[in-house]
Every structure is written in C-alpha cells, then in structure tokens.
Design a protein around this ligand. Sequence first.
Ligand code: UDP
Length: 235
Amino acid sequence: MSKFKRILLKLSGEALAGEKGHGIDNVILADMASEIASIVKQGVQVALVIGGGNLVRGISASAGGMNRAQGDAMGMLGTVMNGLAMQDALDKQGIDSVVMSAIRMEPVCEFFDRRRALKLLSAGSVVIFSAGTGNPFFTTDSCAALRAIESECDVIMKATKVDGIYTADPVKDPKATRFDDISYQEVISRGLKVMDTAAVALCMEHNMPIFVFKMVKGNLTKAAVEGNLGTLVHC
Ligand code: UDP
C-alpha cells in the first residue's frame, strides 16, 4: 500500500535535457517514463507537470531583447512539447496518459478541464498538465502548486538535482546542511530556492505538502510509495 494515493510530480524541463543541457534526451525520457510507470503500477495516481527550461525560458528570451510576455508564451508552448514527448514515452510503457493544456490547442492535446482531470486520475490515467498556468510571468512551479490543489493531490513531489533542501547551495558551500523537514514560512524567509515564492505561498495557504528529492533511478518509488526521501515542506 503506497503512502500517497495521488501525487503531483514536478519535473524540470532541464532534467529531460541530460548532459546536452538543451532539448530532449530520449534515453532520459524513457527512464523517467519507466519510473512513473512503476509507481502507477503500484496504484499511485499521478498528475505530472513538466517545465520547459530545456527549450525556452521567457526570462532568458527577454534578456536577449525579446518582449517578456512573448518569450513566456514560447516557454509555455515548450512545456506542451515536453508533455507530448512524455506521453509518447508513457505509451511505450503501456501507461495511459492525457495531456491537458492551459492554452487551447486541440487536436494536439485537450484543453484543461479540472473535473475531467479528476475523473481521469481516479481511473488511473496519468494527467500531464502543460502550458503552465496559461499566463506570462508565472512558472511551472506555480502551475504545479495550482494543479496539485485543484486536482486534490496529497503532495507535490518536486524532483531536483539535489537530494533535498539545504541551508545553502551544497555545490557552492560544503558546510551546507540538509533539512529533513522545514516550514513554508522558513523556506520563504530564508529565501531558499525550492520553488518560486508564489508557488510556496499558494501551497502554504492550502496546506499542500511539498517533497523535494533527487531524481535518480528508484527514488521516485521511494518518495511516492514509501514517502521517506528528501526534504518535506509543510506547515
Ligand atoms: N511559463 C509561463 N507561465 C507559466 C509557466 C511557464 O510563462 O505559467 C513560461 C516561462 O517563460 C518559463 C517557461 O514557460 O520560463 C518554462 O517554464 P519553467 O521555467 O518553469 O520550466 P523549468 O524551469 O521547470 O524547466
């Protein structure tokens, strides 16, 4: 029996890029789909939000002179591409999934519909929420917080490059120590880079716990099924 009935897994776009740092690495994509398939087969209902940082980030596009909102629209479209790639990889694992987008683009994927998402999740389909919130100046972390609350998930599982939340960046500061758990308020007041502040504040308001863990083979099962990995952010 898994610890969580329904999770929202947040993957960064960069995680799909692997060593190349850009685009989609098919081997990594297949590995992630296999990890997701494994927890689905253990009865965990999975909502998925994938970022778009491997393709376009509005803030980087605007640094190069592009209008920020225009760049953000491109970033949101990037998250749909990642979502479609993951759907294909899940197909290959024999796992049913539906891509929903906050921006209408049928027939490529469905338009976001909360009630339909709830039904699909209950029936065991993976629901991939793409195109972020549909608005510029937000991130896919905010989308993850929003969709986790709307789709009544038990927890947000945020997969990162490090194995939890540290007092400082462990890559730059060898004295940094890891928290087993931490409050939303402390994450915000210490300015810890877990999720953006808007996302953490939304989770705090709705009491949505966030698990931060390192995405390496086997860890998703440990985090989602056993619930004993990384750092837990709660009230
Ligand atoms: N984005 C947006 N609104 C949203 C979500 C995302 O405008 O609600 C755009 C924004 O430009 C962002 C890009 O999509 O930089 C990719 O998302 P994000 O940076 O969150 O991806 P990640 O860092 O998780 O790969």
